[in-house]
Ligand binder design. Sequence first.
Ligand code: ARG
Length: 271
Amino acid sequence: MRRTFARALALAATAAVIPLASPAPATAGVVIGGYPVDIAEAPWMVALSSRDRFGGTRAGQFCGGVAIGRETVLTAAHCLGEEVLGAPPRKVRDLRIVAGRGDLRADGGKEIAVRDIWINPRHDAYTNAGDFAVLTLSEPLDAGSVIRPAGAGDAAYKPGTGAVVYGWGDTTGNGDYASSLRASHVRVLSDAVCEEAYPGSADGTYLAGSMLCAGETGGGRDACQGDSGGPLVAQGRLIGLVSWGSGCGRVGSPGVYTRASGVATALGAGR
Ligand code: ARG
């Protein structure tokens, strides 16, 4: 079984074991090679939370999410899988999003209950294809708290474009989860580079068209466990959702993201 941050946390919450660190270099996570950011600069960034499943220390955070509408949050499909939650998502009664709060130990911002969950039925847990889900909130966010997904063909997807990934995930690859929001600068890579890095293995298969990958030639900057479902932003638009990768921040193993244009298309077509 692939080990995920959330799974480790779930185990910790239910069986009182210490989360196991992924085998990763000392430079990982938002976020490896990252820096602290003020939530006011990323008002569309939300945390997915369940204190029942993941404990209260970090407000129950287990994944990231991003608001694309006042009542619509995108996240990764795998964040809502039983392997992560340890239960079917509808059984997780206290599933919420936390908005407007950068420091998970503080109490600013808002916690909003999730009214409806839609998980992409085409999500393939083996290849990681179609890794997105939509949460409908029980109460609207402020109008300024949304970001627009970049449509297919948008210049923001061009290889070489500078992008920023946000999250509360592992900052070292050793299970050091952030309490305050962090971000990391990465570069969009070409499909050829991504395909070469991930031709198909137990970690996943890079699928041009529905995924994108990003990183730095020398490694070091990446998302990591706990960042899943969170946004990759370029030129002020959403281009990806944190999905998977082999380790965190490793040379030759860039982070892989669900391509935002594919999500928008799927949703536009009535899901
Ligand atoms: N699957 C991970 C999670 O559940 C996110 C992995 C992202 N990894 C990476 N190297 N970019 O949080």
